[in-house]
Write a protein that binds this ligand. Structure first.
Ligand code: URA
Length: 431
């Protein structure tokens, strides 16, 4: 078999066999197939697609490119959740402590930010000392002891995805439904998940921009789960505007802590309750969604969920003083309140433009090796549907550099659109 023939076959819209897919995945995992051939193949897949059978074979080949974690003996049901990525999405920081407080242990491996879309690891690293590089043994020990783990993807799990993902990021091949589905599912399978809640984001701040694409991705991941013997429940949620108010790493951690104290923004809290309830039902801790929601609300109200977050931070070496007193997080040099220049109803707060403006401030990376500035970002006080009067606060910008502040302000302005007529609030979920 030759890599070039497999690339040509896909370029000509052919259907690759299981053997061809395995040959290709093994080849690039071991460095026998060079990056330029992998990139050409990824572009052919992006342009010509893959059948569900090819996508499943790709997923399993990538999952088996490294170790497969076995969590039997550690937890009764290996539960996981995954969001397909968005702006202001700090859900994991709240949902994990909630469900763990409700008796459902979860060990999760999360990722870094990608382009305009934030990443849980970058957010967690704003807590001084927090370790995101646990070994597999540390992962298992902590999961057994505390019931909660939140760390980075181990290098031993699905190494093929690590390599392919880095190439896709710089070759314009992220936005392919089969490549996204296989990338997400191979990591879940390799991490030993038996039951998975997938939060597929849709909108201008997500990889899937239309509902049809989001349904297609959700159904494909469900099919892959079925073929791999895993239980998968999918939610489809809005990402046309940022989730909650905070966008930027430590700002989002503070909002997550507020939410665990029963104070966070209403939309974000509601989103977390729905995801938590879905996990509690799938994990057999609640008999139906209303019961799961009630359990989740009680875990917040009693302080049990916040206590689990403290335990998580402490176990992973983070300074709990920051969790107890979020005022300790370093503030940006410039904190500027931006007021509305007119009255009206907000008809758009474009999540992608907000995410890109946050990257301009330094909250994300323009290049792979860039360092993230944890203190910068936005608090978006007004969302779609709000009635705003001239001079009302619209948003607050946190910047460490005056030139970047000016650039980010230019970039975020077009995110806001107005109407003179009342505008409907955007739904949180579409299923
Ligand atoms: N998240 C992933 O893990 N992979 C993708 O391809 C896109 C989002």
């Amino acid at each position: 078999m030759r890599a070039v023939d497999i690339i040509i076959k896909k370029r000509q819209k052919g259907e690759l066999s299981r053997e061809e897919i395995k040959f290709f995945v093994d080849g690039f995992t071991h460095g026998d197939i060079p990056d330029y051939q992998v990139s050409a193949w990824a572009m052919a897949v992006l342009l010509n697609g893959m059948t569900p059978r090819e996508t499943t074979d790709l997923t399993l080949a990538m999952a088996h490119s490294g170790e497969i974690l076995d969590l039997s003996g550690v937890v009764d049901i290996a539960m996981d959740k995954h969001s397909s990525g968005g702006v202001g999405d700090k859900t994991t920081l709240v949902v994990l402590p909630i469900v763990v407080a409700c008796g459902l242990p979860v060990g999760k491996m999360s990722g870094r930010g990608l382009g305009f879309s934030g990443g849980t690891l970058d957010k967690l690293e704003s807590i001084p000392g927090y370790r995101v590089n646990l070994t597999t043994d540390e992962f298992k020990q902590q999961l057994k002891r505390d019931g909660i783990v939140l760390t980075g993807q181990s290098l031993d799990l699905a190494p093929a995805d690590g390599k392919l993902y880095a190439l896709r990021d710089v070759t314009g091949t992220v936005q392919s439904i089969p490549l996204i589905a296989s990338s997400i599912m191979c990591k879940k399978i390799a991490a030993g998940a038996q039951a998975i809640v997938l939060d597929v984001k849709v909108g201008n701040g997500a990889f899937m921009e239309t509902l049809a694409e989001a349904h297609c991705l959700a159904n494909l991941m469900k099919d892959i789960g079925k073929l791999a013997g895993r239980e998968v429940v999918t939610l489809i949620s809005d990402m046309n505007q940022p989730l909650g108010e905070a966008v930027g790493n430590s700002l989002e951690v503070v909002e997550a802590i507020d939410t665990l104290h029963n104070r966070g923004p209403a939309d974000f809290r509601e989103h977390c309750l729905r995801v938590s309830a879905t996990m509690l039902v799938l994990g057999k801790r609640a008999s139906h969604l209303d019961a799961g929601r009630h359990m989740a609300e009680s875990a917040i109200a009693s302080g049990a969920a916040f206590e689990k977050f403290r335990i998580l931070v402490h176990s992973q070496g983070g300074d709990v003083a920051f969790v107890d007193d979020p005022g300790k997080f370093p503030q940006a040099n410039y904190i500027k309140v931006i007021k509305a220049r007119r009255s009206g109803y907000l008809s758009q707060v474009n999540a992608r433009l907000v995410g890109e403006a946050a990257v301009t401030l330094g909250a994300g990376r323009a290049r792979k090796d860039d360092l993230v500035d944890h203190a910068v970002g936005f608090i978006i006080q007004r969302k779609v549907g709000a009635r705003v009067e001239e001079e009302d606060i619209l948003f607050t910008i946190h910047a460490n550099d005056s030139a970047k502040l000016a650039e980010a302000l230019e970039a975020i302005r077009p995110a806001f659109a107005w109407s003179d007529q009342p505008v409907e609030v955007i739904p949180l979920f579409y299923n």
